[in-house]
Design a protein around this ligand. Structure first.
Ligand SMILES: Cc1ncc(COP(=O)(O)O)c(C=O)c1O
Length: 391
């Protein structure tokens, strides 16, 4: 079945990498909990030795995700951050990295606090929405370029093809965090990125009941990169459990239908927020689907749709924000995103708390910013919830 790009995405989301179980005919991939596998002789086995290196259930979800991301191969991790940390192990000690200034707080912490101390990495943060700034920051000594698009929480759009070209010229590897889009909306490897990573905790798992991470490597990435990452995953031991691999495999089957509903709900919510902007005391709405969003044209070119993340600046100070966050019910006040349920959160005090305040403020992650993750509930009910929370 695993024939990349021969079937449409929606079909591959359900079948890629999966065959009926040869022993029982089960149509769903069995969960193989075994940590170890019997050896038939020295150097002879049935494909498996030890589950940290290879586990049948994990390999199945990895094959499915590789197919969906148009990758040569993919690896499943226990969290998005462990995927990111293992990818960073690919960069030699002392390497120069150019990273997007607008990143999820936990990735920023890895790049700003952890890796410079543990591996001597030198990280230059620039605005990746400004392609020329990335070109200026990237030199022949740069090992890696790291960005998200749309980014968290400012929803900046990065021109994936242009950044891939800059990296290729400099001989650097590009890593695109595709968490906010999922492969249904955007496939960075088709636009020249070398590695795609995900917090699969978000849209890929989609139900806020699973933590997972993914790294998918392009067939056009520098030779040996996929093998290196596989070796590093085994060496550091960051593997998704068989149970969670099965849950992720199940979730991905509904990714296309969930994403379509996420996107159409987000469009309706954005229209409502703009209509009521003055009444709700909203200073501005950031959503890549809006024609006046600075990255709209690039997003329209490289994404199938604009996702379901919306960021808002709200008037009235922290007390008013706190009231809104507490009064919204369907939009539950919680971090994370990409689940079927809608969430509302305050980046400055939660997801981006570890980014120094001056840096947060400089990037626009000010105290008056709220981020919505629009779920797949009825759009009318969600709008009614916002009416009572902001009204
Ligand atoms: C864009 C992005 N990348 C990576 C991560 C980290 O993933 P995890 O929480 O699964 O470790 C997150 C978490 O919110 C995120 O939003």
């Amino acid at each position: 079945m695993n024939k990349p790009n021969q079937l449409n995405f929606d079909t591959r989301a359900i079948h890629a990498g999966q065959e009926p179980d040869p022993r029982t005919g089960a149509v769903v991939t069995p969960i193989i909990h075994a940590s170890t596998f019997v050896q038939d002789g020295i150097g002879k086995n049935r494909g498996y030795v030890y589950s940290r290196s290879d586990n049948p259930t994990r390999l199945t979800v990895e094959a499915c995700l590789a197919d969906l991301e148009s990758a040569e191969t993919a690896f499943a991790f226990p969290t998005g951050l462990s995927a990111a940390a293992t990818i960073l192990e690919c960069a030699e000690a002392g390497a120069h990295i150019v990273a997007h200034a607008d990143l999820y707080g936990g990735i920023h912490r890895l790049l700003h606090d952890v890796r410079p101390r543990s591996a001597g990495h030198h990280v230059t943060f620039v605005d990746f929405a400004d392609t020329d700034a990335v070109a200026r920051a990237t030199t022949g000594q740069t090992a890696l370029l790291w960005y998200e698009t749309p980014s968290n929480p400012m929803l900046k759009i990065v021109d994936i093809a242009a950044i891939s070209q800059i990296a290729r010229t400099a001989g650097a590897i590009t890593v695109c965090d595709n968490t906010f889009s999922s492969p249904y909306l955007q496939r960075p490897l088709e636009l020249g990125a070398d590695i795609v990573m995900h917090s699969a905790t978000k849209f890929l798992s989609g139900h806020s009941d699973l933590m997972a991470g993914v790294a998918a490597v392009s067939a056009s990435a520098p030779e040996g990169l996929a093998e290196r990452l596989k070796g590093l995953q085994n060496a550091v031991g960051a593997v998704l459990s068989p149970q969670d691999s099965s849950l992720l495999l199940r979730s991905v089957k509904t990714l296309p239908v969930r994403m379509d509903r996420h996107c159409s709900n987000a469009r309706k919510i954005t229209e409502h927020l703009l209509e009521k902007q003055a009444a709700y005391g909203i200073t501005s709405v950031r959503y890549p689907g809006l024609p006046d969003h600075p990255g709209h044209a690039v997003a329209a070119r490289q994404m199938r749709d604009f996702g379901s993340m919306i960021s808002l600046y709200v008037e009235g100070g922290l007390d008013r924000l706190d009231r809104i966050l507490q009064r919204s019910h369907l939009f539950q006040f919680a971090v994370s995103l990409g689940g079927v349920e809608s969430l509302i959160q305050h980046p400055a005090s939660l997801t981006h708390k570890t980014v120094p305040k001056e840096k947060r403020d400089a990037e626009g992650v000010t105290d008056d910013l709220i981020r919505l993750s629009v779920g797949i509930e009825d759009a009318g009910d969600l709008i009614a919830d916002l009416e009572q929370a902001f009204g």
